[in-house]
Design a protein around this ligand. Sequence first.
Ligand code: FAS
Ligand code: PHB
Length: 389
Amino acid sequence: MRTEVCIIGGGPSGLLIGQLLHRAGIATTIIERQSREHVLGRIRAGVLENGTCNMLEEAGVGDRLAREGFEHEGAFIAAAGRKFRIDFKHYTKKNVTVYGQTELTADLYCARDSAGLNTIHNVEGVILHEVTSDTTYVTFVKDGYEQRIECDFIIGCDGFHGVSRPTIPTGVRKEFEQVYPFGWLGILSETPPVSEELIYANHERGFALCSMRNEKLSRYYVQTSLNDKVEHWSDKRFWEELKRRLPEEPADILVTGPSIEKSIAPLRSFICEPMQWGKLFLVGDAAHIVPPTGAKGLNLAVSDVHYLSKALISFYKGEEKYMINNYSAKALERVWKASRFSWWMTTTLHHFPDYGDFGQRMQEAEIAYLEGSRAAQAVLAENYVGLPY
Ligand code: FAS
Ligand code: PHB
């Protein structure tokens, strides 16, 4: 088969760029390793930047988000038994929106179905061929039969463990990585959120985060050690630990209940340069990973989509090739800045076993300075709502 743009990966990146290219009259085929149910069963990001909401609106999938998303004008930082609010709206005139990645992915699948676009699930053995030539193509196996897609361009939206990034030769790509000495244990519970806005809590026992999906569905996280396992954490143990890491007020009103999802995710910062090679472009987690402390992972994928969709649309209109040739440089500018913010939130709010007393005091001083400085709060706010594209 032949298409103009072959997209590897049917997660939020692949679906969103597929939708934007379709609306510009560009043909795409998405090939996805998992079933649609598997993709839609992932519980991941929860906070959308202002720019992400605008991009979903531009893609024609903003209606349910506008109806069901929760606008948040601020968030709390908790430490040393107290909490203080960062007023995003006051410093940036913008807010963020709480709307689960699962919902966003479902909206995008629905739009793709309505447009009758080609999405092939449960593929295996995806291989990218002749990526630096004008005859690039992708092969894969579906139901035991090898298939081939001829295309003009390939977009690698296949996440951190995908096949696209490794297609760029090791001599060409440079990878930057920081693995953090802890993970996040996250649970979803059908309980009312403990707070109307998110609480990011620093504690000597470890970081905790109180988030939500709606007024009846809460999302909580606690920092865990690297060798921790989900089976070590009963619901009872989780709730007791979460309460110990929160200030008295939220801890006393926390409504607990059975977890309906429980998982541990490792934390790393990772960036691959360049994000393009020949006819291959990397988007989202295929190119970079940020620790979720800054709520940037999904949002960075969307800004990559913004830059690349504009570049491809310009190319197919017969305009100059500058945008296509400059995609990686342009995307990486924002990727590094968002990575810095995610790293800063992570190193400021988590407990690092090897920090020692001095390191712990530096963290406390950083948070105390943030509490007392309008300038420091303005910096956090403008990064959290999302830097301009
Ligand atoms: P994705 O990983 O979402 O999608 C890649 C798709 O490619 C998948 O569907 C995969 O099945 C498919 N694929 C992989 N290899 C393939 C192959 N060889 N052939 C075909 N298809 C292939 N971000 C936040 O902002 N906040 C959070 O709280 C948060 N929590 C997270 C928790 C976990 C456990 C993980 C892994 C990530 C989390 N993230 C979070 C980040 C996450 O939201 C990503 O940034 C977001 O999913 C990026 O979307 P994609 O780039 O589409 O990658
Ligand atoms: C979430 O609701 O899943 C969430 C929110 C903010 C973060 C990370 C995760 O920084």
